[in-house]
Design a binder for this molecule. Sequence first.
Ligand code: GP9
Ligand code: MN
Length: 425
Amino acid sequence: SGTDTQQALDFTKKNYAVPNEKYFGIAKNKNVIYIHLESFQQYLVNFKLNGEEVTPNINKFFKDKETIAFDNYFHQVGQGKTSDAEMMLENSLYGLASGSAFTSKGDNVYQSQPAILGHHGYDSAVFHGNTRSFWNRDAVYKEFGIKNFFDSSYYDMNENDTLNYGLKDKPFFTESIPMLETLKQPFYAKFITLSNHFPYPISAEDATIDGANSGDSTVDGSFQTARYLDEALGQFMTYLKKSGLYDNSVIVMYGDHYGTSDNRSDALGKVLGDDDVTDFDVAQLQRVPLMIHVPGVDGFVDHSYGGQVDTLPTVLHLLGIDSKDYLQFGTDLLSTTHNQTIPFRNGNFVSNTVSYIGGKYYDQKTGTVLTDEQVTDEMKEQHNYVNNVLGFSDKVLQQDLLRFYTPEGFTPTKRSDYTYGNNST
Ligand code: GP9
Ligand code: MN
């Protein structure tokens, strides 16, 4: 109801973090390019396998003099995996406790990034080499205000160029370029990669490095598919630089979620040199990359704790759009009052001082379990915040609360304005 909406709004208003003056609006009117790194975790960044970097191009982007990179940024997905990551990045709302909100809440009202940017004169497109109905994207993207959805019907899906969930990343980027060039600037564009996905199959021809040696073929192969993704990206980066888009766009690269599930952590631990992967370690492994390239900015590695829900307010503020009037649960990572308590979807959390995992509090620096006496009021407050924020976010999705609130200057998205799919072939 309207009252529930007001309570959720009051909660987000109280949590709102004011933009950092140093960064607010420095990327005004620039294009925004998101690159969704499938199943890509932070441990891959700068990781060497057999003495060689696995992802040299991503490492280069991480260190770029104009990149603000985060090394304590966590995925927060639940069962909705990729779709949960997209939900969080486009709306700064959490996914649901079970299932995928894309599937069950695909008809809700949203005030998403592509629609917000649309009101600021942006064109928009998502590129993805799988069929558009996967994760119910063809329905929910319309509610998000995404003008163009280039799904597999726009690509050459020949046998050689496809594997696992769809188009391989190299032909994907190559074929996307002419479609990207049809967009009007400034644009929002999101590229959702596919090749680095469980169970990590790869052809002999595409495998340009040896796999790892843990004995778990999915863990071992994932280093080869990560390299393939990296090479595809390297080619795309070359294009972005040559075309001038690199200097005219905010480029956001992020990992969507874990690539290795908890029950394979021991195999992964073998490769990473950790022979006793504890519950605490598994939680720490949920770090994924977030790298934001901003033309002209003095780049650095930011060690603040953050999560996927924090991405949207951060990017909006870089573009000079205040998130204040939107119902968003994350806070700007670059704000001096950014909230560093990062909820996971199951109610666990991590933060710069303490982690809460499976009913136990851990000292974040040492990883040791805290005794009851050592658990401070502040930690309990963090725990409280986690329960509240997840509860409010669930209410927004379950009761479709954005129906009852329209931010000033925002026009509700109309599904009938959008048609997807290429019927010309
Ligand atoms: C499918 C792709 C994978 O189109 O985005 O989704 P996931 O299995 O990672 O949730
Ligand atoms: Mn995914």
